[in-house]
Design a binder for this molecule. Structure first.
Ligand SMILES: [Zn+2]
Length: 357
């Protein structure tokens, strides 16, 4: 069952004091029969409000408009999600919807899908404002429309930014056709979460077929790597230096092999005609990344390349990549307490305009 707000608060109090629920008179008998432990994350005695920037959902009515099934069903918000968040120590999820199924839609239908999804996100967040914030959907294949949708979503609906794909029907995010969207995102100060939708071109070639889920395991981080590289090398980040971009899956492969991006133009200067304001790797330090690298050494290296201030907690829920995203932050060596607190939630609170407790 879904605890109401009063029960949730009661929960938290019980967990904080280490007391069982029997001492709390506000808990309903039904809940008392099936107590659900909410993990409270603490860093050196400090309770930390954790924020997961990478959590997905679907709105079935919107999928139906384009004939797409919701798969898996756990993408539909249900009480189970809160239970899992409680178990894993996730206090707030920033909900988002992957756009692959509406990026080919004409403006009318794309507009309907986006409207339905954004309004439903608002409802979900309003029902549990202490657990969810929303990242809007936009129809980026129609850049002017997407800019309007983003403005409406942020200013009128209270959504905190948007999720976009790593490319749009084969076109790069750095293409000047998308400049109206980037200009609006910068003007609004809205967080733009770049999430890959696979690499359709490679999948079509067959090179990612076979054992190992390579279309996802390799295809997704590769798309993010390509997307960020174009935003850097085509000068998009120079044109819109105030953008707040967060890259899914820790920025793909780019931060793992960052220095090669600097060496390309040194080695082949005749192929670099677009003068950048900074070294390519310096742009990596102005982007944000979720923490989805799974291994402490991966996170240590990511932080060495981009800075601890650029990392935010991510789970990819409900896709079961990890149940230990919080422990991943807690156990990575070399971080100060303050850095852990910021990665677990502090930085995301600022990016998503979540009010302090
Ligand atoms: Zn995801």
């Amino acid at each position: 069952m879904m605890p109401n707000r009063r029960q949730t608060l009661c929960h938290a109090a019980g967990a904080a004091t280490g007391l069982a629920f029997i001492g709390c008179g506000l808990v309903s008998s039904a809940l008392a029969q099936a107590p659900q432990r909410r993990r409270e994350v603490v860093v050196n005695g400090r309770r930390v409000r954790t924020v997961d920037v990478h959590a997905h959902c679907h709105v079935p009515e919107a999928n139906a408009l384009l004939g797409f099934k919701v798969q898996p069903q756990s993408l539909v918000i249900s009480p189970e999600r809160i239970k899992v968040m409680d178990e894993q120590g996730i206090d707030i999820e920033a909900l988002s919807i992957n756009p692959i199924f509406w990026y080919k839609a004409e403006p009318d239908v794309a507009g309907q899908v986006v409207k339905l999804q954004n309004e439903k996100l608002v409802e979900i967040c309003a029902a549990q404002p202490d657990r969810f914030v929303g990242l809007a959907s936009v129809a980026l294949q129609h850049p002017d429309l997407a800019a309007e949708q983003l403005e409406y979503a942020v200013k009128q609906l209270g959504l905190r930014g948007a999720l976009i794909g790593g490319s749009v029907n084969g076109e790069e995010l750095s293409d000047p056709k998308f400049h109206p969207f980037w200009a609006k995102a910068e003007q609004l100060g809205a967080l733009i979460f770049i999430h890959p939708q696979g690499t359709a071109e490679l999948s079509a070639s067959g090179r990612l077929k076979g054992n190992g889920v390579l279309d996802n395991v390799i295809g997704n981080p590769l798309e993010t790597t390509i997307a960020l590289s174009h935003l850097i090398f085509e000068g998009t980040l120079d044109t819109y230096p105030g953008l707040k971009i967060c890259a899914a899956h820790a920025g793909g492969y780019l931060p793992s092999y960052a220095a090669r991006s600097d060496q390309g133009c040194v080695t082949f200067p005749q192929r670099c005609t677009n003068a950048l304001k900074k070294k390519p790797t310096e742009y990596l330090r102005q982007l944000y990344y979720d923490s989805m690298v799974f291994a402490p050494e991966g996170l240590r290296h990511l932080i060495a390349e981009v800075g601890a201030s650029q990392i935010v907690l991510g789970t990819d829920y409900p896709f079961p990549w990890t149940k230990t995203a919080v422990d991943h932050i807690l156990s990575t060596p070399g971080l100060s307490d303050d850095e852990r607190v910021e990665i677990l939630g502090g930085t995301a609170e600022k990016l998503l305009a979540i009010k302090p407790v």
